[in-house]
Design a protein around this ligand. Structure first.
Ligand SMILES: NC(=O)c1ccc[n+]([C@@H]2O[C@H](COP(=O)([O-])OP(=O)(O)OC[C@H]3O[C@@H](n4cnc5c(N)ncnc54)[C@H](OP(=O)(O)O)[C@@H]3O)[C@@H](O)[C@H]2O)c1
Length: 223
């Protein structure tokens, strides 16, 4: 039996912040065993995440990565590479790894993309995890809309990117379980450059309007 099938319907949520907790709730609703990967298993933030997701448990990054059949990298750009190495590429080999991260540099007055037209966080993740199937998803919307997105004036779309078609299909099924319509596949993981730029547009609108609950929708899609 492969490590994936032994682990069953389980997800390693690497990072127990806003995004990690929001997505963990969605996975738990779909019947997944949630294992939070955290730097501080006994910490206050971990306790809050465990309380928010009944039935979840917390472990080290490496233990969580090994236990989950899917992993989500819910960590900031500044800690992305470190988190991947702490989780261990071997523990994530052969698995779907969902990357909702954005390579944001917070050193100025407003965030800006630290890398953009020639590279992306999604590509970095795939380079660091060559034996995993990385799918960029969820990075273009606020955490509060990641599961059951409800906006008063329309239906948002999720856009995804990745090199592995089966992994993208699995993410599409998860998204549908989370209440999204079929996501828009924008291509291989290099298309993360576009999705991370789109997130920057989302952030720019947020700062200009001091408004943080918007989302994108593509009208007139091919059916
Ligand atoms: N917030 C949103 O609405 C939103 C929307 C779309 C995309 N994103 C992206 O999603 C990612 C997570 O955002 P977030 O808002 O959930 O962040 P957050 O609330 O700050 O949580 C970040 C998590 O990452 C952990 N972490 C930080 N540095 C780490 C390191 N060096 N090694 C291992 N773990 C580390 C933190 O652990 P500690 O508690 O130990 O510090 C915390 O659990 C980011 O890349 C962000 O750009 C966020």
């Amino acid at each position: 039996m492969s490590p994936t099938s032994q682990a069953g319907k389980s997800v390693a949520i690497l990072g127990n912040g806003v995004v990690g907790t929001a997505l963990a709730k969605g996975f738990a609703e779909l019947g997944y065993q949630v294992i939070f990967g955290t730097r501080d298993v006994q910490g206050e933030k971990t306790r809050a995440a465990l309380e928010a997701v009944p039935g979840s448990r917390a472990a080290s990054f490496a233990e969580a990565a090994g236990a989950g059949s899917i992993a989500v990298l819910a960590v900031p750009w500044s800690g992305l590479e470190a988190a991947i190495f702490t989780a261990g590429p071997d523990n994530l080999a052969g698995k779907l790894v969902i990357d909702p991260s954005n390579p944001l540099d917070f050193s100025g007055d407003v965030p800006k993309l630290d890398i953009s037209s020639t590279d992306s966080a999604g590509e970095l993740v795939q380079r660091l995890l060559p034996r995993s199937q990385v799918v960029k998803a969820f990075n273009i919307v606020t955490a509060t809309h990641m599961v059951h997105p409800r906006l008063p004036d329309g239906t948002p779309d999720m856009l995804i990117a990745g090199n592995d078609e089966a992994a993208k299909q699995r993410v599409a099924e998860l998204l549908e379980g989370f209440g999204w319509r079929t996501p828009i596949d924008v291509g291989p993981i290099t298309a993360s450059r576009l999705l991370e730029a789109l997130a920057m547009l989302w952030v720019t609108y947020g700062f200009r309007n001091d408004h943080w609950t918007h989302a994108f929708s593509l009208l007139g899609q091919k059916r």
